[in-house]
Design a binder for this molecule. Structure first.
Ligand code: MG
Length: 164
């Protein structure tokens, strides 16, 4: 095995965190769709797919390192939010927590002089900069429009769909 037992455990925990994020975003998307906000729903269904890809990237790395994959129990995620802003804030909070966790993994990799894991984690560190920026932008968009003008957010999302 090319990773330490401690690293294997930490990476398995991260797989759980990515799957939990996927579930959170799927549930958030369902909430937005139930609130008749299909563009916001689309945004989060897409995001959920990305989180599953993240989980699989970690899973693949554990396997390639000769480690054992152990997907932890995933806690239930909120299925309703009191406002669009609250949902957007929860998404940003989630990305902040994931970022912190990935930085901790990097700390461990550096501590263990595990260069292969550090190289793999570098992709995630860059990815999280993008994720936080995107979550922050979505939150500010909703705050600017306000709950009463939430359809302006839908229009904006429809107009910018497919763009980066
Ligand atoms: Mg992720």
């Amino acid at each position: 095995m090319m990773i330490s037992v401690k690293m294997q455990k930490a990476l398995n925990a991260q797989i759980g965190m990515e799957f939990a994020a996927a579930m959170k975003y799927d549930a958030m998307a369902a909430h937005f769709e139930a609130e008749a906000l299909p563009q916001a729903a689309k945004r989060f269904f897409k995001q959920a797919g990305e989180e599953r890809e993240h989980a699989h990237k970690f899973l693949r790395y554990v396997l390639d390192s000769g480690g054992r994959v152990q997907i932890p129990e995933i806690p239930a995620q909120p299925h309703t939010y009191r406002s669009s802003e609250a949902a957007a804030q929860a998404a940003l909070d989630s990305e902040m927590a994931v970022t912190k966790s990935i930085h901790k993994l990097m700390d461990l990799a550096l501590e263990e002089r595990d260069h292969a894991t550090a190289a793999m984690l570098q992709w995630f560190i860059t990815e999280q900069v993008e994720e936080i920026s995107s979550a922050d932008q979505f939150l500010r968009l909703i705050q600017r429009a306000g709950e009463k003008n939430i359809l302006a957010v839908e229009d904006y999302l429809a107009d910018t769909a497919g763009q980066k």
